[in-house]
Design a binder for this molecule. Structure first.
Ligand code: V47
Length: 370
């Protein structure tokens, strides 16, 4: 009976063909994706996304004890959506030494941190050796720590600084301690968006090439999509379809993270912040379109803990982690705290009726919290 009421509402929303596809595990078309974004029936959308979520991950909801380090904000790309990047010499520009980076790790040796997440700007001068030394010295200071570092955009730049093919640079970074690659720098792959917002940035097809190259060398990665600025629904769907095709080829993506645009202190300050419905729709549509991605992350730093918690019923099965010290969102007006404790994350997950699972960086289960 209850199932029938939901089916009736899915039928009334014109989504019954998509419901059938989801039930049968069939791939959704780009047109299906657009219709899902366009629906006003958030409950039916959530029901469909939750079916896909539970099929893949049941009630398990992952988080990790992690630490973020942003080694430098000096950046030649100066993307219009970013409040973090600064030109060299500009007030507020900074670049950490290797010793300062290692000190951040050593400061927290008494905490059970499993991963350090490291990203920075596209620095015009830091030599190739800086990145290799950073990984080596962190590994020396804390050998068991997984280093998830350098977006595909940074990897291409680092290889360029070393005068090396990306493949060789990836191998050397891996050898020095790189464990996996975070999902940043993907933004929206559309050339229209990149030409308007980040013309200096690595093009979308090159971002995908770096990711696939990493996967073929045994380095897993994540993928993001920055939404809520000037992109269209069709451009979001194209972005997801390109990721889905890349994943069909390599299987190396672990997680997809829709990133909610924060306009403050950026060149797009007149864009309104994303709404809760927009946030939830991006999670749900991603879960339904990215049928070959094992995980969808609700990044609480950008969504806020409460929307991230709701997202757990709309397709998301991961909450990122403790984070400790994040700069990119907070410089763009993010009002969330700098970190959440394990307890707080577990509370959010449990009170959403899900099972908290502490994971490592590549989704091995460390502890199921009953
Ligand atoms: O690449 C920049 C985005 C990304 C803004 O892989 C902004 O698990 C919102 O990629 N408002 C970096 N977003 C963060 C990132 C990330 C975060 C957490 C987990 C993972 C993961 C990856 O932040 C950038 C860019 O797309 N960004 N400026 C802004 N104003």
């Amino acid at each position: 009976m209850a199932q029938n009421i939901i089916e009736e509402s899915i039928y009334a929303s014109g989504l019954s063909d998509i419901y059938e596809k989801v039930r049968q595990g069939q791939r959704l078309s780009p047109e299906d994706g657009v219709r899902l974004y366009e629906t006003q029936d958030i409950c039916s959308l959530g029901f469909l996304a939750n079916m896909a979520r539970e099929e893949k991950n049941g009630d398990y909801t992952y988080y990790i004890y992690n630490q973020h380090i942003n080694y430098s904000n000096v950046c030649t790309n100066l993307c219009k959506f970013c409040a973090f990047g600064k030109e060299e010499g500009q007030p507020g520009a900074y670049c950490m030494t290797i010793d300062e980076i290692v000190a951040k790790v050593v400061d927290r040796l008494d905490e059970p941190i499993k991963e350090v997440h490291i990203v920075g700007g596209i620095h015009p001068e830091l030599p190739y050796s800086y990145y290799i030394d950073m990984l080596r010295e962190i590994k020396k200071a804390r050998p068991g720590l997984h280093i998830q570092a350098f977006t595909c955009v940074e990897i291409a730049h680092i290889a360029g600084m070393g005068g090396k093919p990306v493949n060789d640079a990836l191998l050397e970074l891996k050898e020095a301690g790189l464990g996996s690659i975070p999902g940043g720098g993907a933004e929206v792959f559309s050339k229209r968006i990149r030409d308007r917002l980040c013309p200096e940035k690595l093009p979308g097809n090159k971002w995908l090439e770096v990711a696939k190259m990493a996967h073929r060398l045994g380095i897993s990665s994540n993928a993001t999509m920055l939404y809520g600025h000037i992109e269209t629904i069709e451009e979001r769907i194209e972005h997801m379809v390109e990721l889905r095709e890349a994943q069909d080829e390599t299987g190396g993506f672990m997680c997809f993270i829709p990133l909610a645009f924060h306009p403050k202190n950026t060149a797009l300050e007149d864009v309104a912040p994303t709404s809760g419905i927009n946030d939830i729709k991006n999670i749900a549509v991603a879960r339904l379109m990215l049928d070959n991605f094992p995980h969808i992350k609700a990044y609480w730093v950008m969504l806020g803990p409460k929307v991230a918690q709701l997202a757990l019923s709309f397709g998301a099965d991961d909450m990122d982690g403790t984070v400790l010290e994040e700069k990119i969102t907070h410089m763009a007006g993010g009002r969330t705290s700098q970190s959440l404790s394990n307890r707080e994350i577990e509370y959010l997950i449990k009170s959403a009726g899900r099972i908290p699972v502490e994971r490592d960086s590549v989704y091995n289960v460390i502890k199921v919290i009953s």
